[in-house]
Ligand binder design. Structure first.
Ligand code: E4P
Length: 224
């Protein structure tokens, strides 16, 4: 399973890109609005931080297929080869996805809440679907189970579409998605940190430091 960072905050992107093995950055209109700054400056800033080799995903804000296509073409022209346009699940979005597939522009269909939505998105030519794990949990569903069913269906029907599970609020949800072989997840910087943190790990690391210093003081391997 690979990890994307779900933010448009440049400081967090710089930090996580340096310390975590992220494969790219995902955004949506809410995430972009939080930064409250010039759109192009922001998304091109994200591209500059992550470089040309990582995936950048930006969502369209249009609601009509021909306009979605126009916006997707512009985003792709400005943001480079490793770009995926996010389109919300709706009829106009499916129509745009079929056209964009023919143009060679990769699409992620977002706001997925059910396996049938995902199956239709994949048949329309989407390269990714994004089930909203926590929002499904919030309505007494099981977000990870929905993601698992989508993974199974794509495998069963041999569909060339990947699951990018999204909308996480805790590390357990991410772990459960990994257990059901989700191809990818997009998470916040806080959740990335939760995923690597454990008090027993801290205790073990502190023990190594204490034992070393009790014999060698401040010397390091470089001093021998
Ligand atoms: C990601 O691409 C999604 O848009 C995002 O994870 C949604 O998260 P939220 O449910 O916290 O808004």
């Amino acid at each position: 399973m690979i990890y994307f960072l779900d933010t448009a905050n440049l400081e967090q992107i710089k930090y996580c890109n340096e310390f975590y093995p992220i494969s790219g950055v995902t955004t949506n209109p809410t995430i972009i609005s939080k930064e409250n700054t010039d759109f192009w400056k922001l998304v091109k800033g994200i591209r500059a931080v992550i470089g040309d080799d990582k995936l950048l995903m930006v969502q369209t804000v249009q609601t009509e297929a021909s306009k979605i296509i126009e916006e997707a073409k512009l985003l792709k022209a400005e943001l480079g080869y490793n770009f995926v346009v996010k389109i919300p699940m709706c009829e106009e979005g499916l129509k745009a996805t079929m056209a964009l597939k023919a143009l060679g522009i990769r699409v992620l269909i977002t706001t997925i809440f059910t396996p049938p939505q995902a199956l239709i998105a994949a048949n329309a030519g989407a390269s990714y679907v994004a089930p909203y794990v926590n929002r499904i949990d919030n309505i007494i569903g099981d977000g990870c189970e929905v993601a698992a069913q989508i993974v199974d269906q794509f495998e069963h029907y041999n569909l060339d579409c990947k699951v990018l599970a999204a909308s996480f609020k805790n590390a357990e949800q991410v772990h459960k998605c990994a257990s059901v072989a989700c191809h990818s997840v997009t998470v916040t910087a806080d959740i990335l940190k939760m995923l690597i943190s454990h008090p027993m790990t801290d205790a073990a690391v502190n023990g190594f430091e204490k034992d070393w210093k009790s014999v060698y003081g401040e010397k390091t391997i470089l001093d021998f």
